[in-house]
Design a protein. Structure first.
Length: 272
């Protein structure tokens, strides 16, 4: 497995680079239309084009690996590896011209999150992690010549032990209403030193780089968190569902620096 992992770690970074470059072609331009999916969530040509590029690269390089993406569903595989991707996580931010959208590339082996990349294309930030190998942070513009030469440094979560002295982030506050968890969110917001909706993949990157203590999402899909889970864990933090399980398919999640995890989880468990 080690050799297979080695090849796939570098490849995950290649996928993130390719998707990031594609999204930036459309970011803050008028070259795309916004469509509405059946659940009323938005999708753009940039989402679709970037995911198609990622899928094509995977099918060429690792044709026996499974693929799951937000826009084009599931392709079965036979290798035990599954790529779970979301080239634009935070489409609403992307549409609005806000540079906090992310490109997420995750990989599982036999169902367990193993590799994760969170890239923030418009801010030139990236964290990559692999199980047992740590989480690594770098910053570089996403051009084809330098994207793979990003200088990476080991990154860690913060050492802040109290949410009352920390930063709490989430993606969209009104999503708590959809889980009937408004009171849980209100408690967390009142307990945190500061709360911001710098969410989606960017929120988890903030936790993994020690700039936020907790990121909470009441509604997520596997492609929203498959990349996030190993990043948080390998940065020394804790990732779980609201029930406290390490489960990327639970439909809800939180990622923390570990030190505040129990106190945050106490507020969310009743709504899991």
């Amino acid at each position: 497995m080690a050799d297979a992992m080695d090849g796939r770690i570098a490849f995950a970074l290649q996928l993130a680079a390719a998707a990031s470059r594609e999204t930036l072609k459309y970011f803050r331009t008028n070259e795309f239309q916004v469509e509405r999916k059946s659940d009323r969530s938005p999708v753009t040509l940039a989402d679709k084009q970037a995911e198609q590029i990622v899928r094509g690269l995977i099918q060429t390089q690792f044709p026996n690996d499974a693929i799951l993406g937000e826009e084009f569903g599931m392709i079965d595989g036979s290798s035990g590896y599954e790529w779970i991707v979301d080239p634009i996580d935070g489409t609403k931010s992307f549409i609005s011209g806000v540079p906090l959208y992310s490109t997420l590339v995750g990989m599982t082996f036999q169902g367990q999150p193993t590799i994760g990349v969170i890239a923030i294309p418009a801010l030139c930030e990236l964290v990559i992690a692999a199980k047992g190998l740590g989480a690594w942070y770098g910053s570089r513009k996403w051009d084809s010549k330098t994207a793979l030469a990003i200088p990476l440094e080991r990154t860690w979560v913060s050492k802040q032990s109290q949410l009352s002295d920390g930063l709490l982030v989430t993606s969209q506050a009104d999503n708590f209403q959809r889980r009937n968890a408004q009171s849980g969110y209100a408690q967390l917001e009142s307990e945190a030193y500061v709360t911001r909706t710098w969410g989606d993949g960017y929120g988890y990157l903030l936790v993994a780089t020690g700039r936020a203590e907790a990121m909470v999402d009441p509604i997520v899909n596997p492609w929203d968190v498959a990349a996030v889970a190993p990043v948080i864990q390998e940065a020394g933090g804790t990732f779980s569902s609201w029930a406290g399980d390490f489960d990327i398919r639970a439909g809800h999640c939180l990622g923390t620096n570990g030190l505040v995890h129990h106190s945050v989880l106490e507020r969310l468990k009743p709504f899991a």
